[in-house]
Design a protein around this ligand. Sequence first.
Ligand code: ZN
Length: 580
Amino acid sequence: MFDVVIRGGTIVDGTGAEAFAGDVAIDGDTIVEVGSVSGRGRREIDADGAVVTPGFLDLHTHYDGQVTWDDALEPSATNGITTIVLGNCGVGFAPVRASDHESLIDMMEGVEDIPGSALSVGMPWGEWESFADYLDVIGARHYSANVACHIAHGPVRYFVMGERAYEDHDASADDVAEMARVVREAFDAGAAGFSTNRFRLHMSRSGKVVPGTFAPAAELTAIARAIGEAGHGLIQGIADGTITPGDLDAMPELDLLGELSLVSGRPLTFSTFQASPQADVFRRVLDGAAEWNARGAQLRPQIIPRAVTFMSNLDTYHPFMNRPTYKALADLPVGERAARMRRPEVRAAILSDGDDFTGGLGALVGVGLGTALGRLFSLAFPVDYEPDPSQSVEALARQCAVEPLHFLYDRMTAGDGGEFFALLGNNFQDGTLEPCREMLLDPYSVSGLSDAGAHVTMISDCSSSTFHLTHWVRDRARGERVPLELAVHKLTGAPAGMYGFTDRGVLAAGKKADVNVLDFDNLTIAAPSIRADLPTGARRILQPSTGYLATIANGEVVRRNDEDTGARPGYLLRSSRGQK
Ligand SMILES: [Zn+2]
């Protein structure tokens, strides 16, 4: 008798190998048989007509605060994810001195658009100083999914250098040695990696570029050497120079990343997407990474198989938010606000108002959205992330001879004011997701970049895990699709192997029982919606998917028929040398 048997599914094991019909038997937290299972299970899950895969990994999240107050880990948990990684992009919350809590909140709030008040009030500040202490705080909790954590360059630099971390690009030899020591200590405590930011637009709330962004190669090399001595984990980064390099003939940032992987002897994964204005840079990045890998590096472009989606609706950022007549209504509940905005005199006033621009990132985004209506598409259900350009707000407005901004106004204020629009930018520069297919097919790429937990009222790309299957395997009409086995591999075996989580990411006897059972034909991504459930009542965008018959983490069913079962078997995954 087994604890659980998943009976009669199409098994996609996460290695990229061909799918086959079979059963999966689980005892405790471990898969014990895959294939034809003759014994019965105390619990049987009927997978007839369903696809059975390993649980997905969500590599690029910013749940660093959320894991200290929340155990459900939405929106990841509602999209088949059984392992999340935090501490990305060089920002995080450890190490930290008691006097510096607000400084790290400032850093995170600016870069990742997480309400600072939620972080101040929601997190148990004072329970840790070192990174090891922070891991202990996470380690004492249980979640719907497993959690792994990077130590981030920004906090490390701030811990060692104080305010100089922002201004002094060249750290002293003592500073560098101390940073390397702190990072080494974190890896010894179980850090899954070290993250660094080299993306200039990542600024703190107070407008300062994140510490470490301009760190010279010597500082990073010293840290990479310490990581090599630790002998496990990886390096994660985001770099301007691999996204929009200033000089098309040279890619010094890519070369720096290659060097860091070589020096540390560890994998290095970095954000890769097609970004304006040089739309084919991603191809040169993929080729360059392959060249470095031929020389012994382990560069792993981290991709997302749809546009990085900037969302807009009446309750988040939108083109009317800076107009005085609108501002007078801004505090009304959204349904009431929409109704007031439909009144002809209010409509006329807002549409003729000028922007009363008071600054701040959100206001800027609002203005930007109003000038990009040719790239703005409805995200009403059923959501379409590869729309034909003829469906843009601008194109639709022109078709009915209406001013595009007026057209958007009427759509946004219709009904309860809940319709979302998406600015499809990166990866959709040419009006097609064909670049994503190229990136998915790249042998070194891994899927990630959901940014879950961050940009909580602007970006929610967590459902991109589900999108691998709905769009790329099943629905795509505007070009070729990708094989099911490949899509699943990019979400499971590939990233788990990269992290050295060799007991996860694959369905095989002896592996941890992280499993999804999918009603593949009916898998559906919901339209985004707003929920005000962050600490202090701050809002965030959620976007669950349906069609997950079961999601199992460490042998326990955490979601059944798209409902949270309340089980919280997920725990901190400490990376260690023995792992790989
Ligand atoms: Zn990030």
